[in-house]
Design a protein around this ligand. Structure first.
Ligand SMILES: [Zn+2]
Length: 377
């Protein structure tokens, strides 16, 4: 399809996206994340944006707030929200996922989740500002450094910005031209099990096996999964014991819970948190809880969704919608302000070594953002 007449060109957007992708920025490496933030800050400063850099805490990188010039502190505006951390460790780009272009597809670490989309929204904001045309609402763009870790340090800043937002746009990966109108809630828990150690030969009867208890608990937890209710309980990590000839005194589980509605989530969490041991003389300690609330489709989002779809139709890019099982920072904003998520680049393979975006869709998606930024009121 031709993109003639659009204010963006796929072939201009692509190299700029690849520049972002080449700055590897795993959540675990604050210095690397900060190099990415430096790069965005320099760009935004050059076109006159108002910048606030928020120093990272807890070993995470910095956050960056980029605002359109003259945006009054308390005037409600449009919040663009992206994370610039990725799940790919430094060196992925050399070893496993080189930055490369093959026909209509571009590959690279984090290109789909979510540097491609993050850049498209950034380019739209820059175009909106430098055009000098008047806009009904101020624009603010928050870049988060720890989303792939559940945004432990980003959350408070995200919620603060959402409170002064009239609308929130989250350019997380777009999926088959569908955007996200709801997301499951997420909880993470750790179950520590303690028993009594003993020599497996001489004193087996004195031991109390934490691993045996763990096995029983794994079955119970996994059986809580109820696809009809949109509830999954996944024991992702199970560790226990030290040696074959010792009755294991310790075991631990890492548990991921996803839920489509707050009530199912609360019920499942309570059940896990109140776990009592099945076998005698065993101790169980559960920590953790909800990390992302449910992103529920609320009536307030309908006008925003309708408008986005209308613009997309005009761009010959009809948009579908879907409910996602994955969490994002949109989970935090959806309860506070109308939020459209999954507004980023089209592609596939998030978090994999074949992560990719479709080049021919870039200009249309950037234009969709630009028209929203220029016309939402
Ligand atoms: Zn993401």
């Amino acid at each position: 399809m031709t993109t003639t007449g659009l204010p963006f060109d796929n072939q201009d957007l692509l190299p700029a996206i690849l520049d972002w992708v080449r700055i590897e920025s795993p959540t675990t490496n604050a210095a690397a994340v900060n190099r990415m933030i430096d790069f965005i800050e320099a760009d935004a400063t050059a076109w006159g944006a108002e910048i606030r850099r928020i120093t990272g805490t807890g070993g995470m990188g910095d956050l960056l707030l980029v605002a359109s010039p003259g945006a009054q502190e308390e005037t409600p505006g449009i919040l663009l929200l992206s994370h610039i951390d990725t799940v790919h460790e430094i060196g992925t780009i050399e070893r496993d996922l080189p930055c490369r272009v093959d026909g209509d597809i571009a590959f690279g670490p984090g290109i789909y989740d979510m540097k491609g989309g993050a850049y498209l929204a950034f380019a739209a904001m820059r175009a909106a500002v430098i055009s000098g045309r008047s806009r009904p609402l101020p624009l603010r763009y928050l870049f988060v450094s720890d989303e792939e870790y559940g945004s432990p340090t980003g959350r408070a800043h995200i919620e603060r910005e959402a409170r002064r937002a009239k609308y929130v746009l989250v350019p997380e990966p777009m999926n088959d031209r569908r955007i996200v109108i709801s997301r499951k809630g997420v909880a993470r828990l750790k179950m520590r099990i303690t028993g009594q150690p003993a020599h497996s030969g001489g004193r087996h009867q004195d031991g109390r096996s934490a691993v045996r208890e763990m096995a029983w608990q794994i079955m119970r937890l996994e059986e809580m999964t109820d696809y009809d209710r949109g509830l999954t309980v996944n024991v992702g990590v199970a560790r226990g014991g030290t040696r074959a000839n010792v009755v294991p005194a310790e075991a631990a589980l890492n548990i991921d819970v996803r839920f489509s509605d707050p009530a199912s989530g609360a019920e499942a969490l309570k059940q896990i948190q109140e776990t009592s041991p099945h076998f005698p003389d065993i101790g169980i300690d559960v920590t953790g809880g909800e990390t992302r609330p449910c992103f529920v489709r609320r009536p307030e989002v309908e006008p925003l969704l309708a408008k986005a779809r209308q613009i997309a139709r005009e761009l010959s890019m009809p948009l579908g919608e879907y409910a996602s099982g994955g969490g994002s920072d949109g989970n935090f904003t959806a309860a506070i302000a109308p939020t459209l998520d999954g507004m980023g680049a089209e592609g596939k393979g998030p978090h994999t070594h074949f992560e990719q975006i479709r080049i021919s869709s870039l200009a249309r998606i950037a234009t969709l953002h630009l028209r929203l930024l220029e016309t939402l009121s």
